[in-house]
Design a protein around this ligand. Structure first.
Ligand SMILES: *[C@@H]1O[C@H](CO)[C@@H](O)[C@H](O)[C@H]1NC(C)=O
Ligand SMILES: *[C@@H]1O[C@H](CO)[C@@H](O)[C@H](O)[C@H]1NC(C)=O
Ligand SMILES: *[C@@H]1O[C@H](CO)[C@@H](O)[C@H](O)[C@H]1NC(C)=O
Ligand SMILES: *[C@@H]1O[C@H](CO)[C@@H](O)[C@H](O)[C@H]1NC(C)=O
Ligand SMILES: *[C@@H]1O[C@H](CO)[C@@H](O)[C@H](O)[C@H]1NC(C)=O
Length: 217
């Protein structure tokens, strides 16, 4: 072996060393990519399938002080007790700009803002809302028709819309806030008139359906 050959051998080992270094680097990058992907996928899965929607129910409701003012309109007071439950173990929920609307057919007979609410995990909040009911002549006529036909029963639909902020904790060290829209509907809330100015909600507490934009359940 002359000097040239020795130099050549030295070059080959150098090349082999850098080759295995490249391999290790690639393996490391690949591992990091796979881990990141797994973490991202689990966060996404948690995000979409983890948090549950809050449950709304009307515990009780009554209509009082019914007053037929003149022949063209009717006013009354609706007293309603709502129960809102956050069943989540990890997600607290804040509710803002809540607007409850009472509808008879297509007509809104009452609208009222509810207070802002904050619910920590697994908390139930009771909200009492007193709101004015007002109906014009045509709504009044259809309500009276229903009253006569259904033996003192009249029904309403309710919707509650608003903004919710979910404080999400996909991983114990990770806190994310999601601000999105809430919609609650309670169909066919039936009231029985006890006398000419007082009606009471019929049946057991009425559960409502809620949607949170971006959540699957
Ligand atoms: C009904 O409304 C009229 C007009 O607003 C009012 O004068 C009257 O006192 C009311 N009656 C009751 C029982 O609230
Ligand atoms: C509600 O509104 C729709 C269209 O806006 C109409 O076709 C329907 O007859 C209405 N229903 C009642 C009960 O007023
Ligand atoms: C409540 O809503 C349902 C459909 O969502 C409708 O069929 C029904 O007529 C409504 N009832 C009243 C009293 O508004
Ligand atoms: C999320 O909301 C909570 C309170 O609801 C707050 O303390 C926290 O700083 C918020 N986090 C972010 C990242 O906005
Ligand atoms: C209607 O019934 C309610 C509750 O039972 C009672 O408080 C109210 O005085 C009654 N009103 C009339 C006009 O009879």
């Amino acid at each position: 072996m002359d000097d040239k050959d020795v130099l050549f051998l030295h070059d080959i080992t150098k090349m082999q060393n850098s080759c295995s270094f490249m391999k290790m680097l690639l393996a490391a990058i690949f591992t990091i990519l796979v881990l990141t992907l797994i973490i991202l996928i689990s966060i996404l899965c948690w995000f979409f399938f983890g948090p549950r929607k809050p449950e709304f129910a009307i515990s009780s409701a009554s209509i009082s002080s019914l007053n037929i003012t003149g022949s063209s309109s009717i006013t009354a007071t609706l007293d309603m007790v709502l129960s809102i439950t956050n069943f989540n173990h990890k997600t607290s929920i804040s509710y803002n700009h809540l607007l409850s609307s009472i509808l008879h057919g297509n007509h809104t007979v009452s609208e009222s803002h509810l207070p802002a609410i904050h619910q920590s995990i697994r908390e139930t909040t009771i909200v009492r809302s007193m709101q004015a009911l007002m109906a014009t002549n045509d709504v009044m006529v259809s309500m009276f028709k229903e009253l006569v036909m259904n033996d003192h029963l009249v029904s309403f639909n309710m919707t509650i819309s608003g903004v919710v902020r979910l404080n999400l904790k996909p991983l114990s060290w990770m806190l994310m806030n999601l601000t999105t829209k809430l919609l609650v509907t309670c169909d066919h809330i039936q009231f029985e008139f006890k006398n000419s100015s007082f009606a009471l909600m019929q049946g057991p507490p009425k559960s409502c359906t809620s949607w949170i934009k971006g959540l699957f359940y």
